[in-house]
Design a binder for this molecule. Structure first.
Ligand SMILES: [Zn+2]
Length: 133
């Protein structure tokens, strides 16, 4: 698939089927709010993630960064793992005011590498998500 200026090889079927067993699905209010609202407020981002085979309801981790007083919204980052290999170890991309940082498994620990997925894989970090609460 085409992502920014890169051609990325990934196994969409394996990624779709993957349900991380390493991380419990968090049932707290903030994570519930994320699951309820992410696809409503960021349909374009959710579509991009679906190109990788990512099921948005099954992240490795949802990071709640608290309330942004100016926007009056709650800020989130979220992490997903994808079966495949990036052409370079780290890719940054911005779309629709949301930042993506993709990292191959060998440098995944720069941010979040807590996955049961077996290499080759890469972690998709999505930052600057602002949702009502
Ligand atoms: Zn939570």
């Amino acid at each position: 698939m085409k992502f920014g200026n890169f051609d990325i090889d990934c196994d969409i079927v394996a990624t779709q089927k993957y349900r991380d067993y390493y991380n419990e699905k968090c049932e707290c209010e903030e994570c519930g709010n994320f699951r309820k609202n992410f696809n409503i407020y960021y349909p374009k981002i959710v579509e991009i993630l679906s190109w990788f085979g990512i099921h948005i309801m099954y992240p490795l981790e949802i990071m709640d960064l608290g309330i942004d007083r100016d926007k009056n919204k709650r800020e989130y980052s979220v992490y997903y793992s994808v079966k495949g290999k990036l052409p370079i170890d780290r890719i940054e991309h911005i779309d629709d005011e949301v930042s993506f940082i993709l990292r191959n498994w060998n440098i995944a620990s720069e941010s979040y590498s807590n996955t049961g997925m077996i290499a080759p894989y890469f972690i998709v970090e999505v930052l600057n998500i602002f949702l009502p609460y």
